[in-house]
Design a protein around this ligand. Structure first.
Ligand code: F0G
Length: 368
């Protein structure tokens, strides 16, 4: 029995989750680590693949839809998968400080893992365009936060230069170890389904994650762990869709601030994933993103951030093309708690305020 099967068996029979060692140990043979690599982990990975029948019902024709809820990682996003690798490898070579540009999630993950490894973490963010939860995390995890008057693309230019000039390691997705770690999400999807899905729907910003998933699907396929490969379906917000329109967007704009990126650094790799998988890219409006966000929260009990809902919004927009009986996985990249402002401003909840503190009033409001 392989290490992984052994671990999975213990997960099923033992005290829940106690035995999951984090993705580097779980997938060690698939990753560029050795005995000399000090594993820096928060036991990330092993996130659930959850059926979402209300989404499937909207498509009909026997289609099965699941979400890969990566918002349940330790810092609340898929970035932890890449960061456990990037920080472990940085520590292996004696690095004392890391730097990244971020729309928020990368900075939270970089800060958490770097501080755990005893390193300084410098994070550059676009001032005013990072969701509150993410900013709170970077501060609490002890990062040195530099908010610039400029967008993510400008911040990335600066940190790339900084990493060339100063003793700091870059941990954005241009760091190859990031994508190595992130590819494990594709392994987990196949481990859970027994095969690759027919479609993999995923939001795209800098396009690292779609690249990493495609790498993971191909590696498992080549090793005989999957009989098929998925079509890679990448989605961007309409106000920030450089990959969909094969262009650069000077002033990207969307409610989904996580994917507010006008010049994706992994552009060529994303295009290769689309071509290699017979996939497609499409944009979704902010209104479509919010509709999917509310559907997941209000019907399925799954709270994701708006960028993540783009994967479900995209699937619904293309639903006519989903083959009958197909299996679809939508990646929910980040937790809804990351962006409380979006949640408070975009819901259909009955929220009654300023009530008199007595049963009569409460009962009346309840309709009894
Ligand atoms: N979803 C969320 C929640 C993200 O935070 C990001 C990227 C993406 C999707 C897109 O992933 O860039 O690999 O295509 N966030 C980065 C950050 C840019 O700084 O946190 P991608």
């Amino acid at each position: 029995m392989s290490l992984l099967q052994n671990l999975r068996r213990r997960l099923i029979t033992g005290p829940v989750m106690q035995d999951w060692p984090g993705l580097i140990e779980a997938y060690r043979g698939w990753l560029p680590v050795s005995d000399a690599t000090p594993v820096v982990t928060l036991h990330e990975g092993a996130t659930p693949l959850i059926p979402v029948p209300s989404v499937a019902e909207r498509i009909g024709r026997g289609v099965k839809v699941y979400v890969k809820y990566d918002g349940l990682n330790p810092t609340g996003s898929f970035k932890d998968r890449g960061m456990t690798m990037a920080i472990s490898k940085a520590k292996e070579v004696g690095c004392e400080a890391v730097i990244c540009a971020s729309t928020g999630n990368t900075s939270a993950a970089a800060a958490a893992y770097a501080r755990r490894a005893g390193m300084r973490a410098f994070v550059l963010i676009p001032d005013g365009y990072v969701a509150q939860g993410k900013l709170a995390q970077a501060l609490v995890y002890g990062a040195e936060v530099l908010a610039i008057r400029g967008n993510f693309d400008r911040a990335l230019d600066i940190v790339r230069e900084a990493a060339e000039s100063y003793p700091v390691t870059l941990v954005n997705s241009v760091n190859p170890y990031r994508l190595q770690g992130q590819k494990t999400a594709a392994f987990e999807v196949i481990d859970a389904l027994g095969n690759a899905p027919d479609w993999l729907c995923i939001p795209m910003g800098n396009a690292g994650n779609i690249t990493a998933y495609w790498m993971g699907f191909q590696e498992y396929y080549q090793a005989g762990h999957s009989r098929t490969l998925p079509r890679m379906m990448g989605f961007q917000a309409s106000g920030s869709a450089p990959l969909v329109h094969n262009t650069t967007v000077e002033d990207p704009n969307t409610i989904a601030t996580a994917i507010r990126i006008g010049n994706p650094v992994n552009r060529d790799k994303a295009l290769a994933a689309r071509e290699g998988s017979n996939g497609a890219f499409l944009d979704v409006t902010d209104a479509e993103i919010i509709e999917a966000y509310k559907l997941l929260g209000g019907q399925e009990g799954i709270f994701c951030e708006p960028a993540s809902a783009a994967s479900v919004a995209g699937l619904l927009k293309r639903s006519a093309e989903v083959p009958e009986g197909a299996t679809v996985v939508c990646v929910l990249t980040g937790n809804g708690l990351k962006d409380p402002d979006c949640a408070i401003n975009n819901n259909d909840a009955a929220f009654h305020t300023d009530l008199d503190p007595n049963l009569e009033t409460v009962a009346k409001v309840m309709g009894f």
